[in-house]
Design a protein around this ligand. Structure first.
Ligand code: UDX
Length: 445
């Protein structure tokens, strides 16, 4: 099939590359001339495992091209995927829909006959119907569909080629058939295909992310209870996660969620519910958000406790800048938010990250960054472990103890071997594990 993919961000570029990989002829379109020029020359604008190879293969085969010209591309295909961003508005919690609106307005005049405009962007429920009405005023035979994207950063290619489910919000059997044809290899591999109406498809995405965010904040709320009662949250999460109805995934306690989706999506769902007069129905999401941001403040308080008072004038080493391991993305990164707050309190902050230093430096140029763990910890009064990169588990605590001023570490992601660090002379603290500091041999694995 011939497809266009409008928007070459995380979702669009991965989708374009994966659609070419499964045999479609794809044109990727973006207004950003630098990005399109770079892509044409084989430059990948962000790190995502497997993407470089896919882009290369697609372009070599001639099945994948990039352009800034929507007009020319629009006439070359009948199916157009809309993958532009829907960031949080600056003046409210609602999603900013100006980019999706603009795509429909720009695309419509170039459409001839029946064609399918498939939204993949995350939008408030009701957007697809509104866009459909807007579209058919200019291109009466064109049809809208919604096909939300569930990819995780770091697994984007894998999640697109082997998704756990496909969701298609459609208005006609013809649209349903087109989407089944687009995803034919996945359907042959028995990926479930949920065909539904437009509002359900739009809502599935925000509901899924809100559920995941709720699960994370739930376990972080339990960590606060553990701190007050002497219980251990890691053991608690393990024990409740063994109930198959609950499961272990998204039950990892710690500094909480960040990134470009979870925080903005729960806020967008709250904002839309309020518009519909249903704010109370999803009122719990406000608490989910509050619990999440509270974890960032708790790190600062715990760091002060570890330092024995104010952080002002102290050296603080921060391990991790990315919003999660396996990514170089620092958008709404909990780790960077903590680094910035500690800097504001007058500490000298040195941040290490194996992949995200360039992006982090661009966001917060006044902090110090390094690619070398011992360097980030030189003369440190406190070390904060804020992003769960696997490489941090391999650190030799005895070696690191020789470069710091005081061997004190806060493991805000619960992935370090506390016993090993303690036997190398470190004071170790972690949320929801109050016994870690006091009672050797008990309460940690
Ligand atoms: C998320 C959704 O998973 C994906 O389906 C959607 O399409 C986009 O948003 P992503 O933002 O890539 O994907 O991150 P994800 O892997 O879900 O992690 C989100 C955040 O939650 C990260 O900051 C991570 O560190 C945190 N997290 C995750 C926890 O704190 N605990 C957990 O148990 C799991």
């Amino acid at each position: 099939m011939r497809l266009t993919v409008i928007g070459t961000g995380y979702v669009g570029l991965v989708h374009a590359a994966c659609m070419a990989e499964i045999g479609h002829t794809v044109i990727g379109i973006d207004l950003d001339t630098d990005r399109i020029e770079g892509l044409t020359r084989g430059r990948v604008p962000f790190y995502e495992p497997g993407l470089r190879e896919l882009l290369h293969r697609g372009q070599e085969s001639g099945r994948l091209r990039f352009t800034t010209s929507l007009a020319a591309a629009a006439r070359s295909a009948q199916t157009h995927f809309v993958c532009v961003g829907t960031p949080q508005r600056l003046d409210s919690h609602a999603a900013d829909l100006r980019f999706v609106d603009a795509v429909v307005d720009d695309l419509a005049p170039h459409l001839r006959g029946w064609c399918l405009i498939v939204g993949k962007s995350t939008v408030p429920v009701g957007t697809a119907a509104r866009l459909g009405a807007r579209l058919t005023r200019i291109a009466p035979e064109a049809e809208i569909a919604w096909n939300p994207e569930f990819l995780r950063e770091g697994f984007a290619v894998q999640d697109t080629l082997r998704p756990e489910r496909l969701v298609a919000g459609v208005l006609s059997p013809r649209a349903d058939a087109v989407l089944r044809e687009v995803y034919a290899p996945m359907l042959r591999a028995h990926v479930p295909f949920v065909s539904t109406d437009l509002p359900t498809a739009e809502l599935v995405k925000l509901a899924a992310n809100s559920f995941l965010a709720t699960k994370i904040s739930f376990i972080n709320a339990m960590a606060e209870l553990c701190d007050a009662t002497g219980a251990d949250v890691v053991t608690l999460a393990d024990a409740i996660g063994r109930d198959a109805r609950i499961g272990h995934r998204y039950l990892q306690p710690g500094l909480g969620f960040g990134g470009s989706c979870l925080p903005k999506d729960i806020r967008a769902l709250m904002a839309r519910a309020e518009e519909l007069g249903l704010g109370e129905s999803v009122g719990f999401l406000r608490q989910v958000d509050e619990i999440n941001t509270r974890q960032r403040r708790r790190v600062v308080v715990l760091a002060e406790q570890l330092a024995g008072g104010s952080l002002s004038g102290l050296n603080v080493a921060v391990l991790g800048a990315a919003f999660k391991p396996g990514s170089d993305d620092v958008r709404d990164s909990p780790a960077l938010a903590v680094a910035e707050e500690i800097h504001r309190q007058g500490a000298r902050v040195r941040v290490h990250d194996p992949e995200a230093v360039d992006n982090a430096r661009a966001a917060l140029p006044w902090l110090q960054f390094t690619l070398d763990v011992p360097k980030s910890c030189e003369d440190a009064d406190v070390v904060l472990h804020l992003t769960a990169w696997p490489a941090y588990r391999e650190i030799d605590p005895a070696e690191l103890a020789s470069v710091v001023r005081r061997p004190a570490i806060l493991d805000a992601r619960h992935t370090l071997d506390a016993a090993r660090w303690r036997s190398a002379g470190w004071t170790v603290r972690a949320f929801g594990r109050p016994k870690l500091g006091r009672d050797p041999g008990e309460g940690f694995r």
